[in-house]
Write a protein that binds this ligand. Structure first.
Ligand code: ATP
Ligand code: ATP
Ligand code: CA
Length: 221
């Protein structure tokens, strides 16, 4: 069965919202692009299913767009925190199921949490953390922070672990980390067996406590 395509609306077509919109649309999803500025709406006409000029703080305007029927709404209004908060509030009052919002600072985050934003995103902070991780290790291919304590990292296997199995290396017992998947070129092996061989240049996707991941990255791989 073909994958069910989801319906998205993106409000605010700045750099962040614009990238989200373009990427979703290029993946074949239905995307409604909304901005208060006409030039933005014109620019995104060819990167979305529909693009419309609207003030998202205006409840009637959102209603007439049928926004309640969208599964996901992304609020990407950055600088005008008041508009971002008001938009989120209106969307949650209209019972939009999933509202993901870009936050500007800790105060903004706190308010969004209180009014029921389903996910709060800090692109500059998150990207900064990831870039710092890339800069400091040749082995770290990618890094996702799950919480203050836990992360998922993609680590490049060196010759130290070439031709060894997961059980040989005793990774969970020694380092408290779990291998979620192994990428080898275009192939990806999800939930590998303990006797799976690891080769140099494989990318291991590993979950664990940040402290344990650091130990594994420094000594184990
Ligand atoms: P970037 O992602 O580029 O850093 P930003 O976080 O700095 O963007 P802004 O440029 O302030 O955010 O806003 C993003 C977009 O949201 C702008 O194109 C702006 O016109 C739009 N926008 C602001 N207020 C509203 C509103 N009330 N309704 C709809 N769109 C709005
Ligand atoms: P953010 O990553 O928060 O979105 P930004 O991309 O909007 O930041 P700015 O806030 O304009 O960028 O600048 C980031 C920092 O760089 C600020 O702390 C600012 O003081 C500093 N900065 C800007 N210009 C200079 C400069 N010429 N020399 C040294 N520091 C500078
Ligand atoms: Ca910005």
């Amino acid at each position: 069965m073909a994958e069910q395509k989801k319906q998205f609306a993106v409000i605010g077509l700045g750099r962040f919202g614009g990238s989200v919109c373009k990427e979703l649309y290029s993946m074949g999803h239905q995307v409604l692009a909304i901005d208060i500025r006409e030039e933005k709406v014109n620019e995104f006409a060819r990167h979305s299913t529909h693009s419309v000029i609207a003030d998202s703080t205006d409840e009637k305007a959102l209603q007439s767009l049928g926004i309640r029927n969208f599964e996901y709404v992304i609020v990407a209004i950055g600088d005008n925190i008041q508009s971002s908060i008001l938009t989120t509030l209106v969307l949650k009052e209209m019972n939009v199921e999933k509202v993901w919002v870009k936050a500007q600072n800790a105060y903004h985050h706190k308010v969004l949490e209180k009014i029921g934003a389903d996910r709060i995103i800090h692109p500059e902070h998150d990207m900064g953390v990831r870039i710092a991780q890339h800069l400091t290790s040749d082995k770290i291919v990618d890094y996702i922070e799950l919480s203050e304590e836990y992360s998922i990292v993609e680590l490049l296997a060196t010759k130290k672990v070439h031709n060894k199995t997961i059980v040989n290396l005793d990774i969970r017992a020694k380092y408290g980390c779990t291998i979620l998947a192994i990428k080898r070129g275009e192939d990806i092996n999800v939930s590998p067996m303990p006797d799976e061989l690891i080769y140099q240049e494989d990318v291991l996707i590993v979950i664990g406590h940040k402290r344990d991941l650091k130990r594994f990255e420094e000594d184990g791989i």
